[in-house]
Design a protein around this ligand. Structure first.
Ligand SMILES: NC(=O)c1ccc[n+]([C@@H]2O[C@H](COP(=O)([O-])OP(=O)(O)OC[C@H]3O[C@@H](n4cnc5c(N)ncnc54)[C@H](OP(=O)(O)O)[C@@H]3O)[C@@H](O)[C@H]2O)c1
Length: 212
């Protein structure tokens, strides 16, 4: 069980949002899903009382962005003033080109940094973008432990995010400031490439090892 219960609003109850919500609920966190239509039958697998409009933050301390990257700006702006909120950005800025999926942002900025501009006053963290959604629901099943990097500028509140990531079963590793999202989004792209183009199983995740 989690050491401290957090009020978490997950925007987007698709593959990532539903996986994270289910896993955090099992840890004892107070999870709500912000969705376009709470009565849409596609959300039938989630507890109805935890579904709400994606346009209300209410008292959530942590807002988790689990929409497609192009929807991130409108999703954040719909929530109004996010000053003081922690925003966990799980998105990857993906586009489709002649060689398949690729990153649409990079080198001198990142999706995470762009998203921070859409949520002024919020503390934005890039994490939970580096492996498949199913692995986020079953992170504790990996041996050795799977890693998950966390990047963000708010050092005071980074431990909250590190703990939420660890609650899922990941080894949560501080990757430094939000600009490190420039490294974490290509890392996610590597996972996607390995799975889509090179036959690796989706049950694959990255781990950190060290020698004695
Ligand atoms: N799938 C993975 O394995 C994986 C892993 C790591 C990171 N990611 C990243 O995580 C994000 C979500 O991926 P996913 O696979 O979970 O996508 P998904 O299954 O397509 O779910 C995305 C959800 O976002 C909702 N949505 C879209 N626009 C919205 C808006 N403006 N406001 C509120 N909700 C909105 C959609 O619901 P409605 O259509 O009802 O609005 C949908 O349920 C993406 O950025 C992806 O790159 C995915």
């Amino acid at each position: 069980m989690a050491a401290m219960t957090r009020k978490i609003l997950i925007i987007g109850a698709g593959q990532v949002g539903a996986s994270l919500g289910t896993a955090w609920l099992a840890c004892g966190h107070d999870v709500r899903y912000g969705v376009s239509n709470p009565d849409d039958p596609k959300h039938a697998g989630l507890p109805r009382e935890r579904l709400q409009s994606a346009r209300e933050r209410r008292d959530a301390e942590v807002v988790v962005l689990a929409t497609p990257y192009p929807a991130a700006r409108s999703a954040l702006e719909a929530l109004g003033d996010l000053s003081g909120a922690i925003v966990i950005d799980c998105t990857n800025p993906l586009g489709m080109g002649p060689e398949g999926l690729h990153l649409t942002v990079g080198f001198d900025t990142s999706g995470g940094e762009e998203i921070a501009r859409f949520a002024p006053g919020a503390s934005v963290f890039k994490t939970l973008n580096q492996t498949g959604a199913e692995n986020m629901a079953h992170a504790a099943a990996f041996q050795p432990r799977s890693m998950m990097f966390v990047a963000g500028d708010d050092e005071a509140r980074k431990p909250i995010v590190m703990e939420l990531v660890a609650d899922l079963g990941f080894e949560s590793i501080d990757a430094g400031p939000l600009r490190a999202a420039r490294l974490l989004e290509p890392l996610a792209m590597l996972w996607i490439d390995l799975v889509i183009k090179h036959g690796h199983p989706r049950e694959m995740a990255f781990a950190r090892l060290r020698r004695d």
